[in-house]
Write a protein that binds this ligand. Sequence first.
Ligand SMILES: Cc1cc2nc3c(=O)[nH]c(=O)nc-3n(C[C@H](O)[C@H](O)[C@H](O)COP(=O)(O)O)c2cc1C
Length: 187
Amino acid sequence: MDLTSIMKNRRSVSVYSDKPVSPSLIEEFLETAVYVPNHKLTEPWRFVFITDESKEKLAEINRKIAVEKNKVTDPEQAKVVSDTGYEKIKSIPFIMFVINKLHEDEKLREEDYAATSCVIQNLSLLAEEEGMSVFWKTGKLSDCEETRQLIGLKDDERIVGMLYIGYPSKVVKGVPRESAKNRIKYI
Ligand SMILES: Cc1cc2nc3c(=O)[nH]c(=O)nc-3n(C[C@H](O)[C@H](O)[C@H](O)COP(=O)(O)O)c2cc1C
């Protein structure tokens, strides 16, 4: 696939086939993905790969979040909500966290976030080329206290994203974007 097709085909997909994701392949992608523009070459990122043992813990955290969010009183319904929250995470083939060291300079902190976002996009495109999807998540599970503890987030760090990675089990149609031409002004 050429780069244009890879970019246009990339989708955030949440339904995966049983095909496992090789962590060493993701490591390989990251070796390339970090070649992003990065002001002052701060290289502020680090990555946490979730093993099966940690995925179990993350699934339990999501179980609690699902129960809190849905506020169901009926015990049977509560069990369904709780198990769904748990299973949702268990079914994701590979989960990783992208973490940023917080620069003391506010401007560089913002630029570091931008550079790290570029790393995630690079990773997404490399994954797309291999038939995988990277889904960038920033919801409650990605950044609650329990998750922070689980992944060992330090005081001078922030979570840029929790990434779900897998081989999609179906083709998901793209959301059309407005032509960029409409956003261009020659001055
Ligand atoms: C910074 C960032 C945070 C995101 N957080 C979430 C999220 O928490 N939950 C979610 O479902 N999608 C999240 N997304 C993914 C977008 O919803 C998704 O990219 C968008 O719907 C467009 O779909 P596509 O990626 O398939 O083109 C996030 C994307 C970005 C860039």
